[in-house]
Design a protein around this ligand. Structure first.
Ligand code: SF4
Ligand SMILES: [Zn+2]
Length: 143
């Protein structure tokens, strides 16, 4: 019987890809804040938000920058499709200002990550780049 291959092998190997794993934890926390507050869920993200998380996990896992990835807000590539990009922007707009209070360690790490410039890409990839940056506001705000 063939063994099932993980859809997110790098995220499943956090010891080798700690930056990717932390990025996913940060996004998960933001999605949960957003879904809990705006979708009224108490037992975990709703189906729509789970779908976003699954999609984002696969994008983060396959990020062309690997464990040197910048924050997606400062990416020079942008690999999300338009609908998911809009959804994750809404999540970031809402949850970003609430992260410092609810998840201070992740929020500060994300702010530090946001200062890292995107690494250079191979020419073939940079020739295809097209992106509008996501905006993440992690300044403290009302909850
Ligand atoms: S948007 Fe950019 S940084 Fe984020 S996962 Fe896609 S390629 Fe990587
Ligand atoms: Zn939701």
């Amino acid at each position: 019987m063939p063994s099932a291959r993980s859809a997110t092998p790098r995220l499943d190997n956090a010891a080798s890809f700690p930056r990717l794993a932390r990025e996913y934890r940060t996004l998960s926390a933001m999605v949960w804040i957003y879904c809990h507050d705006l979708h009224g869920e108490d037992d975990g993200p709703c189906e729509e938000c789970r779908s976003l998380l699954g999609y984002a996990a696969r994008r983060i896992d396959r990020c062309v920058f690997g464990d040197d990835k910048p924050t997606c807000a400062h990416c020079t590539v942008h690999c999300y499709n338009a609908a998911m990009r809009e959804h994750v922007r809404a999540v970031m707009r809402y949850a970003g200002p609430r992260m410092l209070r609810r998840h201070p360690v992740l929020a500060i790490a994300h702010l530090i990550d946001g200062r890292r410039p995107a690494p250079a890409l191979p020419d073939a990839i940079s020739a295809r780049k097209s992106c509008a940056p996501l905006t993440t506001n992690t300044s403290p705000g009302p909850s």
